[in-house]
Design a protein around this ligand. Structure first.
Ligand code: ZN
Length: 261
C-alpha cells in the first residue's frame, strides 16, 4: 500500500501575493503534492487552513501516514484542538515534515518545547545545502551538496532541541550557516525539519528539493499500527509482576484502591 501523505498548506500568500500565485498557480501545497505523487509508493492529498477543521479531521488524520506542514502568516489561526490532534497522531507514529517557516508553527513548537526561533534575511541569495550525513536515507540520490539559486537566509542560532540527526547544513551568500535538515523522534513519530521553501522563489519546483521531500516521506513513515495508548501510564500491580516480589516500605496507594494491586 502506498504511503498516505497529507500536504498541509496555509494557502494565504499562495492566493494573496501575485509573485507566489504566478510561481504556484495551484498553491504550494499542490506543487508539493504533485512532486510526491510522481513516486509510485506515495499517495499525497492536500489540506489547507481555510477548510473546516483546517482539512484535518480526526478521521483523516487517522488515515494519514505522513503529514507535511507549511505555514507562515497565520500560525495563530490554527485551532489549538487541531494542534493537539496532530501532536497525538505524531506520538502514535504518524510522520511529520515541517517545512521552512513552519519552524514557528504551533505544531512544531509544541513538539519541540522550545522557541524554535532563528535569524533571517530576504535578499534572494544563494543557499548551498551541504549533505553532512551522506548515508542518511533522506540524502539518497544527492551529491555532496546542492544549491538553491535564490533562497531566504535562515541563520543560527536555531533554538530547537539538539536533533537526533543533522542531515543538512546550509551556507548562504551573506556568510551565515544554518542546520537546515534535522530529524527528531517524538513518541513513536518521526519528524524532519527542512529549511528551504521561501514562497517567492520556485524552491518546491527544484528537483533536489523534491528528492529530499520524497526521501523524507519514506524515512518518516512508520508502518507499525498506531500506538494508541502511548499517552497512558498504566499501573502494573504487585501481584502481576513477572517475578514474585514483596511490597516494602510506604506506599502512596492503599491496598484495594481501584486500579492498584
Ligand atoms: Zn520564508
Amino acid at each position: 500500500m502506498a504511503i498516505r501523505v497529507v500536504v498541509w498548506g496555509e494557502n494565504i500568500h499562495d492566493r494573496e501575493n501575485a509573485t507566489v500565485r504566478e510561481l504556484y498557480p495551484n498553491g504550494m501545497h499542490n506543487a508539493i503534492a504533485d512532486a510526491l505523487n510522481r513516486q509510485n509508493d506515495i499517495e499525497a492529498t492536500t489540506a489547507t487552513l481555510e477548510q473546516p477543521g483546517h482539512g484535518l479531521s480526526a478521521e483523516r488524520l487517522a488515515e494519514t501516514d505522513v503529514l507535511t506542514w507549511w505555514g507562515h502568516k497565520d500560525h495563530g489561526g490554527v485551532d489549538d484542538a487541531i494542534v493537539e490532534q496532530v501532536v497525538q497522531r505524531v506520538w502514535e507514529g504518524m510522520g511529520l515534515l515541517v517545512l521552512h517557516s513552519g519552524h514557528f508553527s504551533k505544531v512544531f513548537k509544541r513538539l519541540m518545547g522550545t522557541p524554535c526561533s532563528l535569524t533571517w534575511r530576504e535578499a534572494g541569495e544563494k543557499e548551498r545545502v551541504w549533505v553532512i550525513n551522506r548515508n542518511h536515507p533522506i540524502a539518497a540520490g544527492l551529491g555532496p551538496y546542492f544549491e538553491v539559486p535564490q533562497s531566504e537566509m535562515y541563520g543560527e542560532p536555531f533554538t530547537v532541541p539538539e536533533p537526533m540527526e543533522t542531515v543538512f547544513i546550509s551556507w548562504y551568500d551573506g556568510g551565515e550557516v544554518f542546520r537546515s535538515g534535522l530529524t527528531y523522534q517524538r513518541g513513536a513519530g518521526r519528524i524532519f525539519y527542512f529549511a528551504p521553501g521561501h514562497e517567492v522563489y520556485p524552491i518546491y519546483n527544484d528537483p533536489n528539493v523534491q528528492t529530499v521531500l520524497q526521501n523524507a516521506v519514506r524515512w518518516a513513515h512508520n508502518p507499525a499500527a498506531p500506538w494508541k495508548d502511548i499517552a497512558n501510564a498504566p499501573n502494573r500491580p504487585v501481584g502481576a509482576a513477572l517475578e514474585p516480589i514483596e511490597e516494602k516500605g510506604p506506599s502512596l496507594h492503599a491496598p484495594g484502591e481501584a486500579g492498584f494491586r
